[in-house]
Design a binder for this molecule. Structure first.
Ligand code: AHG
Ligand code: MN
Ligand code: MN
Length: 335
């Protein structure tokens, strides 16, 4: 029975047996993520103090400037997962290709692969605004003991066995699901332990917050423009409030707690929007559904999209169920 003073370690052990593919492997994997998150948290917290902020001078595969902390977080998560020899493959938003983990033991039985956005919202670091980490976990589909292949990573989101995020905010939280609801744990920095602070998180069915980068308004599809106008109309509980942090993790987290909708639609500039299907949309969509919310590309359930490339993007509309349904209605009407 989940209780509020339970630590993440205790929670993982207690809930391990309710996971449908019972094995300690997934628990060890989540343990590694929480460990790496603690290290990254420490670094994020002192970003204002040391000369680690600012672009590292590289651009990632998406052609965006990489921040130093992106590189750091990427290395830490990959190192932790590789050294502890728990997964057989990793794909990261910051790496051009997926990484194959060669276990020293040639009979290694590792079944899981991880996809990760090591630092989400990185443009917010320089201004002391919350950033996050997003992770997504699948069972490999190729035989254990052989090198992973691209097809292990290109599974539909509905095949995820676990997903979650860390938000490095006013406090640091780890929020995750293994397909049995969503639970949130807050880090007590003095002790270094995460405590179950938000058991069984749920999106309110309806909300009054909409989160979208309205600077792109003129480039949006007509359905989104019409929905935004609907959000702004005076009627019932409208106009809604606009809140946009520019860190998906933080915008999602707030909307899940308060009720709201997040949108990163396609535009005349980006035909598939900006967010990456595998590192951002799928894990957040799995969490949303597990928390009684919804995630769509405007027409299709995010989790049912068949991925074709590691770094592909997808339009993303996610949040309180009634709000996402309404946005979809507008999309369909303007098709
Ligand atoms: P990342 O820092 O991993 O590249 O992700 C940034 C994403 C997402 O977190 C955020 O919601 C969105 O980009 C913001 O984009 P705009 O600045 O275009 O609104
Ligand atoms: Mn991101
Ligand atoms: Mn990122």
């Amino acid at each position: 029975m989940a209780s509020k003073n339970q630590t993440l370690g205790e929670f993982i052990i207690e809930n391990q047996s309710s996971f449908k593919y019972t094995s300690g492997e997934l628990s060890r994997l989540i343990n590694s993520i929480r460990l790496a998150a603690k290290v990254v948290n420490h670094e994020v917290n002192k970003a204002g103090l040391v000369d680690i902020i600012g672009a590292a001078g590289d651009t990632n595969i998406q052609g965006e400037d990489q921040q130093k902390l992106d590189v750091y977080a990427n290395e830490k998560f990959i190192q932790t997962l590789t050294n502890r020899n728990i997964v057989c493959g990793i794909a990261s938003e910051e790496e051009d290709d997926f990484i194959t983990i060669n276990s020293q033991d040639e009979n290694h039985q590792n079944k899981y692969i991880v996809l990760i956005d090591p630092l989400d919202g990185s443009s917010n670091i320089d201004v002391n605004v919350s950033v996050g980490t997003i992770f997504s976990i699948y069972r490999r589909i190729t035989p254990v003991g052989t090198p992973v292949q691209l097809k292990d990573f290109l599974q539909k989101g509905n095949q995820q066995v676990a997903a979650g995020y860390i938000v490095y905010g006013t406090s640091t939280m780890l929020v995750y699901t293994t397909g049995d609801g969503v639970n949130g744990f807050t880090l007590n920095p003095a002790i270094g332990s995460y405590y179950l602070s938000h058991p069984n998180m749920q999106f309110p069915k309806d909300g009054t917050i909409y989160s979208v980068n309205e600077g792109n308004y003129i480039h949006f599809p007509q359905g989104i423009k019409n929905y935004i106008k609907y959000c702004q109309e005076e009627e019932g509980n409208r106009p809604y409030t606009s809140r946009y942090i520019g860190s998906l993790v933080s915008d999602f987290h707030r909307n899940m707690i308060k009720g709201g909708i997040y949108m990163y639609p396609k535009s005349s500039k980006n035909s598939n929007g900006k967010l990456r299907l595998l590192y951002e949309c799928n894990p957040m969509a799995f969490l949303a559904e597990q928390a009684n919310g919804k995630a769509s590309d405007g027409f299709t359930r995010i989790l049912d999209i068949e991925p074709t490339e590691l770094h592909q993007r997808a339009p993303f509309i996610c949040g309180s169920k009634n709000m996402v349904n309404k946005a979809e209605e507008f999309m369909l009407a303007a098709k």
